[in-house]
Design a protein around this ligand. Structure first.
Ligand SMILES: C[S@@+](CC[C@H](N)C(=O)[O-])C[C@H]1O[C@@H](n2cnc3c(N)ncnc32)[C@H](O)[C@@H]1O
Length: 267
């Protein structure tokens, strides 16, 4: 197996800076917005590591790079591609992915290897493998991770550039061209609204609004806790299994939940 670039040289400063940026909140639309996943690999790291693992280090080809200077120059050229892969807004830079694709193809004798990620999590590695056109197999033990990967990597590409099918958009946008995921997003908004309305109709009564200082307010978060029945025969209350009633102690005044005992009532 020839020695790969990743074993010899990497433009670490560029990869680190791009990866720190990738983790920042408020950088615009990003696949991480689909669902929070812990230990999600920053996309530039996944992109750079995949590329550098698939291209040979120039020292493996002394016929083409006979001197150290020639090898250094070739390493610098390959590192240049990694730097290009670490730019911002890569979804608008398809030419860079094409360049990476061609370079990988050259190093793999024209046959792209399949990338297997059995611990895919939030999907950074399969996503970045697919972008330069590598075949990918991804899986995970956790069904939530599988759903994230399925939505992002299987379903989304299938509906790319498609016209929305919901009746409202059909009526409003005759002849409009739908690019990328815009048509699917339009359908998700429409049918998501329908599901939301139906859910409110069926179970909304279990999520009442609250009165604060005489004002009726919607509750934005509900916390569910498991309960156990108190073994004291004269009590018999459903006791919440909570570690703490404090919700936030970072700012003053602290925010905490206040347990209110409700005797069993019919819902
Ligand atoms: C560190 S996370 C992977 C993060 C991923 N590289 C990303 O960028 O989002 C590790 C993943 O391994 C999964 N996992 C742990 N044990 C596993 C097992 N035995 N089989 C399959 N997946 C497993 C977890 O569910 C978790 O999603």
């Amino acid at each position: 197996m020839p020695k790969k670039l990743i074993e010899v040289a990497l433009p670490l400063d560029t990869i680190n800076d791009a990866s720190a940026y990738d983790k920042m909140p408020g950088i615009g639309a990003h696949p991480k917005g689909i669902h929070h996943w812990w230990a999600r690999l920053p996309l530039p790291t996944a992109r750079a590591v995949l590329f550098a693992s698939l291209v040979d280090d120039p020292s493996e080809h002394p016929d083409r790079f006979p001197t150290e200077e020639a090898q250094d120059a070739e390493r610098e050229r390959l590192s240049g591609i990694i730097r290009e892969l670490c730019q911002k807004k890569m979804h608008l830079k398809q030419d860079v992915f094409k360049k990476a694709h061609e370079e990988i193809l050259r190093h793999c004798d024209g046959k792209l290897p399949t990338v297997l990620d059995p611990f895919a999590g939030g999907g950074s590695i399969p996503l970045e493998a697919m972008r330069p056109g590598l075949p990918v197999i991804a899986s995970d033990l956790n069904p939530v991770a599988v759903l994230i990967n399925k939505a992002m990597l299987e379903i989304l590409p299938e509906f790319a550039n498609q016209t929305p099918v919901n009746p409202e958009s059909k009526r409003r946008n005759v002849g409009q061209e739908w690019k990328n995921a815009h048509g699917l997003a339009e359908d998700l908004r429409y049918y998501g609204r329908l599901i939301n309305e139906e859910a409110k109709r069926r179970i909304g009564k279990f999520y009442p609004s609250v009165k604060v200082n005489g004002k009726e307010l919607n509750v934005i978060t509900w916390l569910w806790e498991r309960t156990v029945k108190c073994p004291n025969p004269v009590c018999g209350c459903e006791m919440p299994l909570v570690r703490s009633f404090v919700l936030s102690s970072k700012r003053k005044p602290n925010v905490f939940t206040q347990p209110v005992v409700e005797r069993r009532r019919e819902l």
